[in-house]
Ligand binder design. Structure first.
Ligand code: FCB
Length: 467
């Protein structure tokens, strides 16, 4: 692919913005929706900041028309959103709920009427509570339930939706959900986290097989959260080994099965004390590595890691009471002077280039999409009522340049989705973190396009940064 101008993206590059059901919809008990693990978790005292829940969120369930109009105003050609499983199949098994499905039908119709392509994520963390009660993701049967749900949703929307991803960030669902417990369902049992990971991937493979059999035109994939990882000191062997281990646990443990049909041997050895991978049955890896039409990558930051040091106790990853199994003694380093976002995540745009080029060079070819990238900043409206989020503008700008650099180095990057369309419920952080290119005043549900949104409109229009 030739780039004519170094600041312009290739023709046909897909621009969009992303959201997730529980983070924006609200209306948690309406039209037959039943609770998900995030309803239960957020209503459990002490689990989310300030006890925040997604009960109302951005009230998108009722305001989706206004939100699509805003997307149109931004000139978005694509919109990535997720389906709330307990809305369309209450309880996670049995027949579909027509009223719940109707919401997504109306949303998709509204998008298409405005020339916005819908990109559907089938699972962005809101597992029906009944399935968690039956064992959740550590239970193999949940993978089968997911594949059935995926086929039903595709059956209902497949005539109007072409782009589908199965899971958003299975790393979070498995390790934050079942090991550290900082995400729903909040369990802390390391072996379960690995079983959950495998069953999420198995569900992905089965869903792909089912949708592919029904629809040869569908573009199918999965979204992984990948990190750039580097050593605190490149001259220290122990630090390099820490890179290998964390790269294994964060990136390769998902990339290898999905793109190569195998789990990395070194990671299996590293975590042998936790799990023997006995949950892998014959044929699973073949299913998990069903060919993809696209790989979604969510990129936010870099991990800088160092070897264990007896004099410096390792702070558990994610500041969780129990840690990320296999990473317990690795030290995650904060580099002095490197700017951080309101999440305390280092801003590291070159890491995005590195991540894209690495996937392109080390794995079989697959079209790549950034399905999330963005930053939280504590922005507040100025005296003029506008939101001048200069730091977010700079963050996006640096990451657009990082995408261009990756394309120049041969990465088959075909699109970019900003996280997020709207400020929203940021999981355990509640409403305290704002990621939107559109601000939301939760007291009034008033939306305000931020400076970053206005800037994004220009970038989309020009298909790049020129001018
Ligand atoms: C990702 C999630 C998304 C959002 C961003 C900030 O891990 O996919 O829902 O919370 O982080």
């Amino acid at each position: 692919m030739t780039i004519i101008d170094p600041l312009t993206f290739p023709p046909g590059f897909v621009w969009g913005a992303a959201t997730a059901s529980y983070q924006i919809e609200g209306a948690v008990a309406e039209d037959g929706r039943t609770p998900s693990i995030w309803d239960t978790f957020s209503h459990t005292p002490g689990k989310t900041k300030g006890g925040d829940t997604g009960d109302e969120a951005c009230d998108h369930y009722h305001r989706y028309r206004e939100d699509v109009a805003l997307m149109r105003d931004l000139g978005l050609p694509a919109y990535r959103f997720s389906i709330a499983w307990p809305r369309v199949q209450p309880g996670g098994s049995g027949p579909m709920n027509a009223k719940g499905l109707d919401f997504y039908r109306r949303l998709v119709d509204e998008l298409l009427e405005h020339d916005i392509r819908p990109w559907v994520t089938l699972y962005h963390w809101d597992l029906p509570q009944e399935l968690e009660d039956a064992g959740g993701w550590p239970n193999r049967d949940t993978a089968a339930r997911f594949a059935e749900y995926a086929a039903l949703v595709h059956g209902a929307l497949g005539d109007r939706v072409r782009h589908w991803t199965t899971f958003n960030e299975p790393w979070c669902s498995s390790f934050l959900g079942y090991a550290s417990g900082v995400h729903a369902p909040g369990r802390q049992h390391a072996p379960d986290a690995f079983a959950a990971m495998h069953h999420l991937l198995l569900g992905h493979g089965h869903a792909l097989e089912a949708i592919r059999a029904a629809d040869a035109e569908a573009e199918l994939g999965i979204t992984l959260n990948l990190y750039a990882i580097s050593p605190a000191d490149p001259a220290r062997e122990g630090d390099l080994d820490a890179v290998r281990r964390i790269d294994g646990l964060a990136n390769r443990i998902f990339l290898d099965p999905v793109l190569r049909g195998e789990y990395p041997e070194d990671v299996k050895r590293d975590v042998a004390g936790v799990t023997d991978f006995g949950f892998v049955h014959d044929g699973d890896l073949k299913t998990i590595s069903t060919p993809l039409d696209l790989l979604g990558i969510n990129y936010y930051s870099r991990h800088v890691v160092a070897a264990p040091d007896p004099d410096v106790p390792a702070e558990p990853y994610w500041r969780a009471p129990t840690s990320w199994p296999g990473s317990e003694d690795v030290r995650f380093i904060k580099r002095p002077g490197v700017p951080v976002t309101d999440m305390d995540w280092e801003v590291d745009a070159p890491g995005l280039t590195e991540t894209l080029v690495r996937v392109a060079q080390e794995y079989p070819p697959v079209p790549l999409y950034i399905t999330e990238n963005g930053a939280a900043y504590a922005d507040t409206p100025g005296p003029d009522g506008e939101i001048h989020d200069a730091e977010r503008v700079a963050y996006f700008d640096a990451h657009f340049r990082a995408c261009l650099a990756a394309i120049e180095q041969g990465a088959p990057l075909r699109g970019y989705f900003a996280w997020s369309l709207l400020d929203n419920f940021e999981w355990a952080w509640g409403y305290s973190k704002r990621f939107g290119v559109i601000g939301v005043d939760y007291a009034t549900q008033r939306r305000t396009i931020k400076a970053s949104g206005h800037r994004y409109r220009q970038v989309i229009k020009r298909n790049g940064l020129a001018g």
